[in-house]
Design a protein around this ligand. Structure first.
Ligand code: AHR
Length: 508
């Protein structure tokens, strides 16, 4: 391998799988200012008749998010959904034990479902398997999806929602392996509860898809026994197992930090192997797919959040988990997106956690101020807009970079997605070598007649650069760093850069 040269073959015959659009999902939890002062702010100048901010809605639409997980997260494990429906002025205030906050229930599942529809998203609903269980999950499903003529479906109609919400994707609890979870369970307890709940829910609505809780992180002590034990119980009734993972540059070693997507890849591979082990053990026919329904960078706000919850509990919509992202965080988010696309055959859903104000690509300044885009907004938007189609196997030879805890890593991580309807091919590539530019030569001979449409780059000389309202420091730009030559696209990938190289079939 020549120094600073990367070779890639992008061939339409080498297909991983059709990308399930739901891998560009996200997450809104009743946490901090995600809902109140985030998506909902009736006093804001852009608020619509329901009190939702239309400026935030426009940004969500820019991200083209097909599915949004709701209402938690840790919040769901003590959520009483009945408190969140019916006349708003009759709804009770409740203690949110997960985030030591006060929940006023001004926004509930009906309002959220209406909001999600307005931003062109489906809802992925989570049920409370922490402090509640099978009966409540069934009641909630009946309320949401049954047409009418029963206690809970008629209650929905009485609340002004004649038509069922038809929510197709349901999470059986949240992070039930985590000791921090309200109503935390052992793997045996959770496996039985999730299986029986899933069985009953599929009787009510056989068209739904169910997600069994997997591990909250790769380093959980019960991983992967948690997956094998619980899936042995739930295999017949569920469609997905969840994975959650957050990273952060805690040590200040940026080169090593950018290797964390390799850990994510290891996590995905081990979960696939575990699902297949259970399938074999069960003599099963179906694959359990992966729902990576929480992933992101999360660490900047940890100390402030601990202090706030410890010393100022029970506030309404306190500022929590308001990580302000750096440019290097955006690079890692880009690398994580590439990792998800590389596993498009088994990762069929994924949620960037979260969407607004809480570890989010979209922020609103406090007390109804303006909305703005974090650094991580951009790689997510690019992948969501141009990553739909067929993921192609990345056949790459690249130099290696030494790191402190991950040993040698690839300098360039890349994947291509082919969209046959639009006759487009997009290469997503991160040069994660912090010291060297790389020249990428991608063989595109199987895409005859394709020409360069654009090369978009996100880069910044300061890895710690951040955005804020009115100060968009880190934004993408169009560059003149790619050309097509004899069936190859040759691109200069600057050190520490996110690259989106788009090809389109020539129109005659
Ligand atoms: O996304 C923030 C929190 O992270 C979620 O509530 C929880 O599921 C995870 O630990």
């Amino acid at each position: 391998m020549k120094k600073n040269k990367v070779k890639m073959v992008v061939d339409q015959a080498f297909q991983i799988a059709e990308v399930d659009n739901r891998i560009f999902g996200s997450f809104i939890e009743h946490l901090g200012r995600a809902v109140y002062d985030g998506i909902y702010c009736p006093a804001h100048e852009t608020a619509n008749e329901l009190g939702f901010r239309t400026d935030v809605m426009e940004m969500v639409k820019e991200l083209n998010v097909p599915i949004i997980r709701y209402p938690g997260g840790n919040f769901v494990s003590n959520f009483f959904w009945e408190d969140s429906v019916g006349p708003v002025n009759e709804r009770p205030k409740r203690l949110d034990l997960a985030w030591k906050s006060l929940e006023e229930n001004k926004v509930g599942l009906n309002e959220f479902t209406a909001w999600a529809k307005d931003v062109n998203s489906e809802v992925m609903m989570a049920v409370n398997l922490g402090t509640r269980g099978l009966a409540d999950a069934c009641n909630l499903l009946e309320y949401c999806n049954h047409p009418g003529g029963t206690k809970y479906s008629d209650l929905r109609r009485k609340h002004g929602y004649e038509k069922p919400h038809n929510i197709k994707t349901w999470c059986l609890g949240n992070e039930m392996d985590g000791p921090w979870q309200i109503g935390h369970k052992t793997m045996e307890e959770y496996g039985r509860l999730a299986a029986e709940t899933a069985k009953a829910m599929k009787i009510i609505d056989p068209s739904i898809q169910l997600v069994s809780c997997g591990s909250s992180a790769l380093n959980m002590p019960t991983f992967p026994k948690w997956e094998s034990t619980t899936l042995e119980e739930t295999y017949d009734y569920v469609d997905f197992v969840s994975l959650h993972q957050y990273y952060g540059n805690r040590s200040g070693d940026s080169q090593d930090y950018l290797a964390d997507s390799d850990d994510m890849e290891e996590f995905i591979k081990t979960v696939i192997a575990t699902c297949d082990y259970v399938k074999a053990k069960k003599r099963g026919k179906k694959n359990i797919n992966l729902s990576f329904d929480e992933w992101n960078v999360w660490f900047h706000s940890n100390t402030a959040d601990d202090e706030s919850m410890e010393n100022h509990p029970w506030q309404v919509a306190p500022s929590l988990l308001e990580d302000q992202y750096t440019f290097e965080d955006a690079l890692l988010v880009g690398l994580m997106l590439i990792t998800l696309l590389k596993h498009a055959d088994r990762v069929k859903m994924a949620c960037l956690a979260q969407l607004v104000n809480v570890i989010a690509p979209i922020m609103t300044d406090a007390n109804g101020g303006g909305a703005w885009k974090q650094t991580i907004f951009y790689p997510f938007m690019h992948a969501s807009l141009y990553g739909r189609g067929i993921a192609l196997l990345p056949v790459i030879s690249t130099p290696k970079v030494a790191t402190s805890t991950h040993e040698e890593i690839t300098a360039v991580e890349a994947v291509a997605v082919y969209n046959p309807e639009k006759e487009e091919v997009t290469i997503f590539a991160v040069n994660r070598d912090l010291g060297n530019d790389m020249e990428l030569t991608a063989d595109i001979r199987s895409f005859e007649g394709y020409e360069l449409a654009e090369h978009i780059v996100l880069e910044h000389e300061d890895l710690k650069a951040k955005n804020s309202f009115g100060r968009p420091e880190v934004t993408p730009k169009h560059v003149n760093q790619s050309r097509i030559e004899e069936g190859n696209v040759i691109s200069m990938l600057h050190k520490a850069s996110w690259n989106v190289i788009r090809l389109k079939k020539k129109t005659i």
